[in-house]
Ligand binder design. Sequence first.
Ligand SMILES: Nc1nc2c(ncn2[C@@H]2O[C@H](COP(=O)(O)OP(=O)(O)OP(=O)(O)O)[C@@H](O)[C@H]2O)c(=O)[nH]1
Length: 307
Amino acid sequence: MFGVMTLNKGDKLRNMDKRRGSMPFPLHLQNLHRRSMPVDDRELRSMPEAQPTELASLMRFSPEEEHRSSCVSDSSDSVISSGSDSDGQVYKVVLLGEHGVGKSSLARIFGGVEDSNDCEETGNTYDRSLVVDDEETSILLYDIWEQDNSQWLKDQCMRMGDAYIIVYSVTDKSSFEKASELRIQLRRARQSENIPIILVGNKSDLVRSREVSVDEGSACAVVFDCKFIETSASLHHNVHDLFEGIVRQIRLRKDSKEENARRMANCKRRESISKKAKRFLGRMVARKNKKMAFRQKSKSCHDLSVL
Ligand SMILES: Nc1nc2c(ncn2[C@@H]2O[C@H](COP(=O)(O)OP(=O)(O)OP(=O)(O)O)[C@@H](O)[C@H]2O)c(=O)[nH]1
């Protein structure tokens, strides 16, 4: 489940996942699918010459935001709460990637403002609690990478994230190459840390203009030791899976082994028989054919619920 607290609302959100970006957004769902808590860094756009200290103050939590952590929207039908989870932790997720690959489109879906026609008018940081595997986690998503050309801001982005989403467009080979560069930069900046990173091939709906295959994407993820998913922000395809995945990847690293084992056991209990059978067969085949090792590994880069 993604961003939901009740089953009914969850169903509504899942249905929304199926709608195309161009479709008008149903009025009765608008307050379910809103950006929950913008952190107003809009000024970043209007102050390209901003000094590091000014930019820093925009990226830091204010006391009100810290306090907000325990607040959940009091709207009775709101399914998206804002602020931190029970232990007060808010995880910062940073979107990286070349111009025009769809970072803002993905961020707006996360924040529930994807119907805004004017990107300039929307904020670039989204604060939202997601319910994944029946547990709530607070995420602060930063879409500020291509905000201005400040090297300082880029360095901050590399340092500040608890997790990263590196986006390229499957229709643009150079954005794919740039994604690899970003992965290398990130590795340099955070050498000893095991940070969750998901490589995202966006615009998968543009089949005819595809320049990067799924196999190239997964191979890159295997080489760079990160997770991989293809999305279409326009069709909302896999976007919820992406954000659920980043939550799971964070939990796998931040929470204790026991806690993750308990979650895994719960997930397996809920797993359908066909999924269980598929997993069992996959293991059997892999055991029989050791040459499958690479393929298995590349398969696991698609599974965002395991390390
Ligand atoms: N067909 C298609 N178009 C998309 C998709 N995602 C984004 N776009 C379009 O690609 C263009 C760029 O999208 P943005 O979300 O602004 O990309 P960005 O990475 O934030 O770009 P910058 O703000 O310049 O860094 C827009 O016209 C989007 O409508 C997608 O999945 N499929």
